[in-house]
Design a binder for this molecule. Structure first.
Ligand SMILES: NC(=O)c1ccc[n+]([C@@H]2O[C@H](COP(=O)([O-])OP(=O)(O)OC[C@H]3O[C@@H](n4cnc5c(N)ncnc54)[C@H](OP(=O)(O)O)[C@@H]3O)[C@@H](O)[C@H]2O)c1
Length: 462
């Protein structure tokens, strides 16, 4: 970046804030330089947009975003769009973060080891940082931001949550005048794809997972997606922006989708509900309750319509009430748009000499989060059983519920052929989660159960 003049207009005849015209204007037209580290899914999408949409981007900015350097381990065999012109190619990220011409480093590597080194080295070299890395930001975003403030540079992380949905921009600026009371999100596209395929085709999770892996939609090790870890990092970041608290992901209650079967969708449909992996952050009288878990949601709710790999975020505000955002949660181009838009914002701020005009966490300071246990919330619950049939089963189960002061709402049993593996469902009226957990733990000891009961909250108010 060669100057910090503030343009007052886009054409050569106008005066710039530095008081000169021609000389300053020439300088104004000079580009802001970007170094991209990581040329995988997101890096390649980012490069494709920077190359293919360069003119539009320049029109919007009033100057060009120039890719000065690119880096990945296998850079020698990567094809770089020719229209980008001469670009430094290197397999050593240190060359990018130390390059004197690079103004902004895009960290698109992922993980928390090398990525942390890249980000820290960029900040130490006073380069602004754009990242798509939810894991790193969820683990140490506030510390990174602190260092960025001291270095007088900018950190941007739109792509770290919900790929193509500009939800950071919404929370940071779009609805920052509101007081957020709750967020409900579908933040993991792989889980949503798997759940909606089970629902649509009535096939087991293992079958859909294997297909998704073959198509490259799911990782070879699917734990981060199926067990809720990925969604939890994203919820930690969104909650920090929405509620101004420093959230440690491990403080968020997390349950994955591995136990959800076609049978659960059949019963959920009987109840006019469906099942989704719901990331929830709710301000309650006890404090902020955070959870990532599969839940029954009414089929009539807008979240139930979120199909396949799409993501969605529903924000409730005390003043503006409900707003809803949906779009692709991942993929090279949707995520690339988020990265490029961040690069543009940071470039503008570099140009205007006002780094960190708005905090990346939407608050000037983040408070400490005091975790509030999910067991304090009351919900209706769906309890699904698989049993070896014999007389008296229902009486034993309802006896356990009654002893915990839990009221039965309904008992459902769809036609089945086998008495040796008999599924049925009990729904209960709203009750404290700790009561349900105790009841389920006690039920799990019963000898007629083929597996522990599956207990899912029913988010009937959504
Ligand atoms: N995939 C998505 O749709 C998506 C969506 C939102 C956010 N994100 C986030 O975006 C980030 C990148 O994800 P991705 O899917 O693009 O990952 P990816 O396809 O695995 O790409 C990672 C890139 O980083 C490079 N890399 C790894 N270690 C390196 C090192 N030591 N030095 C230089 N380069 C190195 C790799 O180089 P080689 O190619 O040479 O191996 C590869 O080009 C992650 O934080 C992810 O969570 C991804």
């Amino acid at each position: 970046m060669l100057n910090t003049c503030v343009p007052r207009g886009g054409d050569a005849g106008r005066t710039s804030a530095c008081g000169t015209t021609a000389a300053c204007h020439n300088a104004l037209m000079q580009e802001v330089n970007v170094g991209i580290v990581g040329l995988g899914n997101v890096g390649s999408g980012t490069l494709a947009i920077l190359a293919g949409n360069a003119d539009q981007i320049a029109l919007k900015l009033g100057f060009r975003l120039k890719v000065a350097a690119v880096c990945c381990r296998s850079v020698a065999v990567k094809s770089i769009p020719e229209s980008l012109g001469p670009v430094l190619r290197t397999a050593d990220w240190r060359e990018v973060v130390a390059h004197p011409d690079v103004d902004i480093v895009a960290e698109l590597v992922g993980g928390t080891t090398v990525a942390a080194e890249i980000v820290n080295a960029a900040i130490a070299n006073r380069k602004s940082v754009v990242t798509a890395n939810k894991e790193l930001i969820a683990a140490c975003g506030p510390e990174i931001w602190e260092r960025a403030i001291h270095a007088g540079i900018n950190v941007a992380m739109e792509a770290s949550v919900a790929g193509g949905i500009p939800i950071h921009a919404v929370l940071r600026e779009g609805i920052s005048g509101d007081r957020i009371t709750a967020i409900y999100g579908i933040l993991n596209g792989t889980c949503n794809y798997i759940l909606t395929e089970i629902e649509r085709r009535g096939v087991p999770l293992e079958t859909v997972l294997a297909e998704a892996q073959a198509l490259g939609y799911a990782e070879a090790d699917p734990s981060a997606d199926l067990d809720g870890i990925d969604a939890r990092s994203k919820l930690a970041i969104l909650s920090a922006l929405a509620f101004g608290e420093k959230i440690t992901p491990s403080d968020i209650f997390m349950e994955g989708i591995r136990r959800i079967s076609p049978l659960d969708f059949r019963y959920a449909h009987q109840l006019e509900h469906t099942i989704r992996l719901i990331c929830a952050a709710r301000q309650t009288p006890e404090g902020l309750i955070l959870s990532v878990r599969p839940a029954l949601i009414p089929r009539s709710t807008i979240l139930a319509g979120v199909q396949g790999a799409y993501n969605a975020v529903w924000v409730k505000g005390a003043y503006g009430e409900d707003t809803f955002y949906s779009g692709r949660g991942a993929g090279p181009l949707p995520t690339g748009v988020a990265v490029v838009s961040d690069l543009m914002r940071v470039a503008r701020e570099i140009r205007s000499g006002s780094p960190e005009r708005v905090s990346p966490f939407a608050h000037e300071r983040l408070g400490e989060y005091q975790p509030v246990s999910v067991v304090l919330q009351t919900r209706a619950y769906y309890l699904r059983f698989r049993v070896k049939d014999r007389p008296g089963i229902l009486a034993e189960l309802s006896g356990i519920l009654a002893a915990k002061h839990i009221s039965l709402e309904a008992v459902l049993q769809l036609p089945t052929e086998s008495k040796r593996d008999l599924p049925f469902v009990i729904t209960v009226e709203p009750t404290y989660e700790h009561a349900i957990r105790e009841a389920v733990a006690q039920m799990a000891q019963l000898d007629f159960l083929l597996e522990p009961p599956l207990a899912l909250p029913m988010e009937t108010a959504l």
